[in-house]
Design a protein around this ligand. Structure first.
Ligand code: IMP
Length: 197
């Protein structure tokens, strides 16, 4: 089984990547230095791709300092974008979740509840950086529902889910079928399989 290092401090993201890619023959391991996830600096930017590219550049430098330059490395940056609140929380999704939480988002919304999630995944193949994007359109629920997943999962209903469940009410497999991350990682998997990177 081929191995892919994933640089993330978010265990929810790690589990989703493992659930999706392990059955396809990829072992996803958390990238550690001295037994812990190394700190990286997120730049101030209103663009997820810029953030993901800054993260992978730092990650590749860390690989190099470990003499592991030829190993592969994955980083990703995701955000929730709510139509009624242009570009919000967007690149500030982590900060907004910490400060006002899902409840705070629900208090801000009225009739227009359309939203989408975006993931930009950046992969160091050992030779070059490749970028994969995944998008999931949906709506923000009226109430928080479900206790699976993480982050904004209890308030996000993907349009493709016919029974109107939030991500937090789904199994990891079902969430991956519709999700921004699932889409970005399936594109990454297709690339790895075709190019044998
Ligand atoms: P980041 O990519 O770690 O910067 O994520 C930004 C914020 O969005 C964090 O607070 C995450 O918890 C949240 N987030 C990222 N992906 C998801 C998801 O798939 N479901 C719900 N929340 C998410």
């Amino acid at each position: 089984m081929a191995t892919l290092n994933f640089l993330t401090g978010n265990s929810g993201k790690l589990v989703e990547a493992q659930n999706l890619l392990s059955p396809l023959g990829w072992e996803i391991q958390s990238f550690h230095i001295d037994g812990k996830v190394p700190e990286i600096i997120e730049p101030q930017s209103d663009n997820l791709t810029t953030v993901a590219l800054a993260k992978i550049a730092q990650g590749v430098e860390l690989l190099a300092t470990q003499g592991r330059f030829e190993e592969s490395l994955l980083v990703e940056d995701s955000g929730l974008f709510i139509d009624a609140l242009p570009e919000f929380p967007g690149v500030y999704s982590a900060h907004v979740l910490q400060s006002i939480g899902c409840e705070g988002i629900l208090r801000l919304l009225d009739e227009n509840r359309s939203a989408h999630f975006l993931t930009v995944a950046a992969l160091w193949t050992g030779e070059a950086v490749e970028v994969f994007v995944g998008r999931c359109d949906g709506t923000i629920s009226i109430d928080m529902k479900g206790d699976g997943g993480f982050g904004y999962d209890p308030i996000f209903i993907p349009n493709e889910c016919e029974n109107g469940h939030t991500f937090a009410e789904m199994s990891a497999e079902e969430k991956s079928t519709y999700s921004h991350r699932g889409r970005a990682l399936r594109a990454l998997f297709d690339y790895l399989n075709v190019d044998g990177a």
